[in-house]
Design a protein around this ligand. Structure first.
Ligand SMILES: [Zn+2]
Length: 470
């Protein structure tokens, strides 16, 4: 077996130079400068062109798909190994110690927007391909580095790519975490709408949250109840609530503000939903009517637990764990009643149609109806698949660590592959600095990942693989 670690070390300088060059292109989506020739603006196209040119110069066959995506290919055979990465980045934002597009090296780290998401991993995978080619390893599969330029804002790149190009037989995306993410929950947007009854003058407005994928950390309500009637009750309520709130008003009405704690929708229990906390307070002071129907529903359906039991949506499996519900946007007006936008992350074996039917049935006893607004199916590659076993062996041999399989409630880029997993390149224990100021990659990690990807390509794209290995 070739020791790729040594081979990678020999080209450390070249690898870092390439990464700096790619980082120096500020490949942020710019709709205002988008044209037919540069559908996401000039810079994402420039990053794509740069990498494809590198591929061409090194003697690979390359293809540009409508300036949205492209690939660099080597090898031969009917089957295709895909490595999916992206060269677009999120905007730099402020507060950087080093220039976000400078690629500064300091204390064993390389700093820059895209260093870990996803330019560093892209360069690691690209050099891995070059190493395999230069080593002259005979491949019986084709290998493609598939390069997207719109991963950060909606995946239009890969949607177009796979409309025109074949789906890889197997693949991995170095755009998340090591060791291996082989299960990603389904993600559905559900909207619960309150059927109108008679306006009762209690709740005049309620708003909380702006995105379904986050736990709302603030909620605000305007009520038609004088402040003196509720002041004491609110003060004692705040005593039992850790995140604070405030109240202003007069004898005719009051505005109540509650703070919560934000968290990602993939585990709502890590946060405190401000809409639920505010509904709990209001529910104590409201009398029967549509205002109270609204607050009671928030409490029953989303407050007491985040697993969907009340709604009949609860389900879990050993592969991916609990189904979770996040009430991310909650609103009410007297004219239109209440509305709750929910991000549901459902287990990979979830009986979707059956569960939705049960939910609709249970809602008959409430003032609410539900609609599925969007549904992105779960993604899962079986743990016993030889492809997974091979990646596990490689990971363990290069790190000395067990290659645990991960199931997550978020979605990764690997979702767009039919049989693909997320494979790196953030190592366990490392801080996830993607999308943050001073984004960086450890140079040591970059080199280790390059060696891992080189071994992965050389094993997965040669005869021994897929079943007969051992
Ligand atoms: Zn990414």
């Amino acid at each position: 077996m070739v020791n790729w670690k040594e081979k990678v070390l020999e080209r450390e300088e070249q690898l870092l130079d390439d990464l700096k060059q790619l980082i120096s292109i500020p490949s942020v989506l710019d709709e205002s400068l988008a044209t037919g020739e540069a559908p996401f603006g000039p810079e994402p196209k420039r990053a794509l062109d740069w990498l494809l040119e590198e591929g061409r110069k090194a003697g690979f066959s390359v293809k540009n798909i409508d300036n949205m995506a492209g690939h660099i290919e080597m090898g031969e055979g009917d089957e295709l190994l895909g490595i999916l990465c992206h060269v677009d980045v999120v905007p730099a934002g402020g507060n950087w110690t080093y220039g976000p597009f400078d690629g500064t090296v300091k204390d064993g780290k390389l700093f820059g927007r895209g260093a870990i998401d996803d330019k560093g991993p892209t360069i690691a995978a690209w050099h891995a391909m070059k190493l395999v080619k230069e080593a002259g390893i005979p491949l019986n599969k084709r290998v493609r580095l598939i390069i997207g330029t719109d991963e950060e804002s909606g995946f239009r790149c890969v949607r177009r790519y796979f409309e025109k190009e074949e789906m890889p037989t197997i693949g991995f995306a170095p755009d998340a975490d090591f060791p291996i993410i082989n299960a990603e929950k389904g993600i559905a947007s559900l909207v619960f709408t309150q059927n109108m009854r008679i306006q009762d003058g209690q709740l005049l407005a309620f708003e909380s949250g702006s995105r379904t994928n986050m736990v709302p950390d603030q909620a605000r309500a305007v009520i038609g109840i004088g402040i003196s009637k509720i002041k004491d009750q609110f003060a004692s309520f705040l005593d039992t609530h850790d995140y604070g709130g405030s109240i202003v008003g007069d004898e005719n009405g009051t505005t109540v503000l509650i703070n919560g704690k934000s968290a990602h929708a993939m585990e709502p229990n890590n946060g405190v939903n401000a809409a639920y906390v505010l509904a709990t307070f209001l529910n104590r002071i409201f009398e029967d009517g549509q205002s109270k129907d609204f607050t009671q529903f928030i409490i029953d359906a989303f407050g007491n637990e985040t697993r969907g039991s009340y709604l009949g949506l609860a389900f879990n499996d050993h592969i991916s764990g609990d189904t979770t519900l996040n009430a991310g946007i909650v609103s009410f007006t007297p004219e239109q009643g209440g509305q709750v936008h929910v991000s549901m992350r459902y287990s990979v074996t979830y009986p979707f149609e059956e569960k939705i039917a049960t939910c609709n049935d249970r809602l008959k006893d409430t003032a609410f109806t539900m609609e599925v607004k969007s549904n992105s199916k779960p993604h899962h590659v079986d743990a016993n698949d030889p492809f997974i076993k091979t990646l596990q062996e490689i990971y363990t041999s290069y790190t000395g660590e067990e290659a645990e399989l991960l199931a997550i409630g978020g979605g990764t880029y690997a979702r767009v592959l039919q049989k693909g997993v997320a494979f790196g390149m953030l190592f366990p224990g490392r801080d996830d600095v993607a999308h943050q100021a001073d984004e960086y990659v450890y140079i040591e990690d970059l080199l280790k990942a390059t060696a891992i990807y080189t071994e992965a390509i050389s094993r997965l794209a040669t005869n021994k693989e897929e079943g007969e290995h051992e």
